[in-house]
Write a protein that binds this ligand. Structure first.
Ligand SMILES: Cc1cc2nc3c(=O)[nH]c(=O)nc-3n(C[C@H](O)[C@H](O)[C@H](O)COP(=O)(O)OP(=O)(O)OC[C@H]3O[C@@H](n4cnc5c(N)ncnc54)[C@H](O)[C@@H]3O)c2cc1C
Length: 374
């Protein structure tokens, strides 16, 4: 527990670190965010789907994921109230599709239950026949039936990350674009911390490790272990010149892949889930083939789109059986906290968990993250 005179360092400026920093700075705490813009930052590569109700996740992970989705409107309002003009978010709906009406009907039962439990944030749920589908998502295969959830959203991870950091700066937070090394200075049982960069050393009372998939490595240097592993995700950005893709919904075929349309004719298809390749952020032939095959199977109308770019991100995966992230104090230390292991749903959960962790660091109640303690 700290008071507002404490100096806090946040290591990592992805959605996790940016959200913790914003939560602290907006409560008048002095915060410095260190970020070295690693190739493969998950937040920058993310597909940006904010529609937990249509996900295949279950149990405690789903509950946290859904809570993250419910927190979004309030969080976005906090940022827009600061006058930040562009948050990169649009509530354009989520479309669940499948060729098999029985499989869709089964999924629809659960999605309707989840949407009802979530309330207005999830919006309405509508059955869609082939004609309806073509109207709201023209590239779709002709033999699909679907379900449309009006509250589904999509967000550009880079724009939102920058908006959160801008919000933090508006409350006095500092951003240092450099790699950070943490040094523990234990004196008479009280730990304080020094953070070193290539050009300076600075003392802090509290350090929050939010280094994405590199969090385990950062903690290991301090003698602590965290079961967070790296999972590569490749996704492809397609361009449909002259097409207004802004109102198109995200598309979910009851499988591991998806489609996220953005403004300006940009349609993102993905993504691979590759374990065991560490921080190898190359674009691979097999990854490209998988992503394009999956996308064109459900949306053959994308076949003539231009391939604009491939983004590769490294998801920080939690090794817990539940898949739940870690957010809490590192046991056996004073003033060392962790926010990581957000997996495939971090863009959705990050703002909620970041805000909860900021309150926990200040000694305030944060029941929404109590189950994420290390
Ligand atoms: C392909 C892909 C698609 C995804 N799609 C979705 C989606 O549709 N919806 C959703 O909710 N989630 C999605 N996710 C998951 C989500 O993007 C991640 O869970 C989330 O972005 C993780 O955020 P983070 O801040 O923990 O890590 P990151 O975004 O990786 O940020 C960590 C940052 O820490 C910095 N760092 C690390 N160590 C140091 C150090 N020592 N010094 C300074 N800086 C350091 C790195 O440079 C990096 O910038 C997707 C992820 C991927 C890869």
């Amino acid at each position: 527990m700290i008071d507002t005179s404490a100096r806090v360092a946040v290591i990592g400026g992805g959605i996790a670190g940016a959200s913790v920093a914003f939560g602290l700075a907006s409560r008048d705490v002095s915060v410095t965010v260190f970020d070295d813009a690693m190739a493969g930052q998950a937040t920058a590569a993310s597909a940006g789907i904010i529609a937990p109700w249509v996900s295949t996740s279950t149990g405690a992970y789903y509950e946290t994921y859904a809570a993250g989705g419910s927190f979004y409107p309030d969080f976005l309002k906090r940022l827009s109230d600061l006058g930040i003009p562009e948050l990169g978010y649009r509530r354009s709906g989520a479309l669940v599709v499948n060729q098999n009406p029985d499989a869709l009907a089964e999924a629809a039962r659960l999605i309707r239950e989840r949407a009802a439990a979530a309330g207005p944030v999830a919006g309405e749920v509508h059955d869609m026949d082939a004609a309806n589908l073509t109207e709201i998502f023209p590239p779709i295969a002709p033999d699909m039936t679907g379900l449309f959830i009006t509250g589904g959203g999509r967000v550009d991870g880079r724009t939102l990350r920058d908006a959160i950091l801008t919000g933090g700066k508006a409350h006095g937070a500092r951003l240092v674009n450099d790699s950070a090394r943490i040094i523990s200075n234990s004196t008479s049982g009280t730990a304080t911390w020094t953070v070193g960069t290539t050009s300076a050393m600075e003392d802090f009372d509290v350090v929050v490790v939010a280094g994405g998939a590199r969090s385990a490595e950062v903690l290991e240097r301090l003698g602590h272990t965290a079961a967070i592993t790296a999972q590569r995700g490749q996704l492809i950005h397609l361009g449909l010149h002259g097409t207004n893709t802004s109102p198109w919904p995200t598309v979910h075929p009851l499988d591991h892949h998806y489609i996220t349309p953005f403004d300006g004719g940009r349609v993102v298809v993905g993504a691979t889930r590759e374990d065991g390749v560490g921080f190898d952020v190359r674009t691979t032939a097999a990854g490209q083939r998988q992503v394009l095959d999956d996308a064109l199977r459900i949306a053959p109308g994308l076949a003539e789109a231009t391939v604009l770019e491939t983004r590769v991100g490294v998801r920080p995966m939690s090794a817990r059986a539940s898949g739940l992230p870690y957010a809490g104090a590192v046991p056996g230390t004073s003033g060392l906290w962790l926010a990581s292991g957000f997996g495939a749903g971090g863009l959705t959960m990050g703002p909620l968990i970041g805000d909860g962790l900021a309150r926990a660091i200040l000694g305030q109640a944060a029941p929404e993250i109590a189950h994420l303690a290390l």
